[in-house]
Design a protein around this ligand. Structure first.
Ligand SMILES: CC(C)(COP(=O)(O)OP(=O)(O)OC[C@H]1O[C@@H](n2cnc3c(N)ncnc32)[C@H](O)[C@@H]1OP(=O)(O)O)[C@@H](O)C(=O)NCCC(=O)NCCS
Length: 303
């Protein structure tokens, strides 16, 4: 790096032992395969730390995180460290920000752009309107679909369905690695992490058509989950997602859950319009942002 007082270098075990307590995260360079960690020194003192690494599920953008010690902020060190980390990859970088936060303002100063804005929707599970909505779904549902808790599903079938759903759901705005590469994470790990007694599926002609996943253990009054169709283009997808949601909400209500936050996306073609028919409150917004690197950094910097 150019400033004589500022330089960055790979983080070492000695850095971790000496300065680890000053930062929320510091590990030695290459602490895991393919993951790089740098420290930024100012006048010989560690003033900032950062890391960059491939995202095994979404290979088109790399993950990045930096932290500059408070006493050293607003002197260009964050910008310098981000540029230095960017030299380790040709991919653009990705992060999640709350609009207006320090992180948002900093990343915007680097030319970051939003690739998806995600509202966090909260539903009053116990509300009478929610109960009437669930009853209306059940009354209106036609056909031979069955709704079952995940605990009743064969494990491999569940993992395949989770993987299929993840693939199409992210294809347009965060393309994934091939199916077999992401199955261990978005299939197996998601299946392991969910509460099978309170996650639900719709099964039609022996196939899982919709999945609703709950990830809070133990299940308390405030929960978080997500749902969508397994094959979004199927004729019955909308009705099956509605049925899955109704069964899930009725179960959560009976379990004593008060609120459910949906970890969905505005691009979800069935869940999004269905949630619009419930009285959800928008409690937060997060933005998924891409930070220029590689070709986009070079083009950004064209004089
Ligand atoms: C965000 C962070 C890394 C910025 O580090 P920094 O060394 O202060 O950043 P820079 O000096 O390079 O700032 C570059 C520009 O970002 C913007 N910026 C940075 N911090 C800001 C703040 N608190 N409020 C408003 N704008 C800010 C400004 O436009 C700034 O340029 P300016 O100082 O000429 O106005 C640092 O505040 C930090 O470590 N925060 C906690 C961890 C974090 O949020 N990390 C996110 C990074 S992925």
């Amino acid at each position: 790096m150019t400033s004589p007082a500022r330089r960055s270098r790979p983080a070492t075990e000695a850095d971790v032992a000496r300065d680890g307590h000053r930062f929320s995260w510091l590990k030695p360079d290459r602490w895991r395969a393919g993951l790089r960690a740098l420290v930024l020194e100012v006048d010989g003192e560690v003033a900032g730390v950062g890391r960059i690494g491939r995202n095994a599920v979404h290979p088109v953008r790399d993950m990045v995180e930096i932290e500059i010690a408070e006493a050293h902020r607003r002197r260009g060190h964050g910008t310098a460290l981000m540029r230095e980390l960017g030299r380790y990859s040709k991919n653009p970088l990705s992060d999640k920000v709350v609009p207006g936060s320090e992180r948002d303002l900093f990343l915007r100063s680097l030319g970051a752009v939003t690739y998806l804005e995600v509202p966090i929707l909260r539903l009053d599970v116990a509300a009478e309107r929610t109960a009437r909505w669930c009853a209306a779904v059940r009354e209106g549902h036609e056909g031979a679909a069955r709704v079952v808790p995940w605990a009743d599903l064969p494990r491999e079938q569940l993992i395949d369905a989770l993987t299929d759903r993840y693939l199409w759901q992210h294809a347009s705005w965060s393309p994934t690695a091939p199916r077999e590469a992401i199955r261990p994470v978005v299939g197996e790990e998601f299946a392991e992490g969910a509460v099978h007694e309170h996650s639900w599926a719709v099964v039609r002609d022996g196939r899982i058509t919709a999945l609703a996943d709950l990830y809070d253990e133990p299940v308390g009054p405030a929960c978080e989950g997500a749902l969508e169709a397994v094959d979004a283009a199927a004729q019955s997808a909308r009705a099956d997602v509605a049925l899955c949601l109704a069964a899930w909400l009725e179960d959560l209500r009976a379990t004593g859950v008060a609120t459910l936050d949906f970890d969905n996306h505005p691009t979800d073609p069935h869940t999004s319009p269905l949630l619009a028919t419930l009285d959800c409150e928008e409690v937060d917004v997060v933005r998924l942002v891409e930070i220029p690197n590689g070709i986009t950094a070079a083009l950004r910097d064209v004089p």
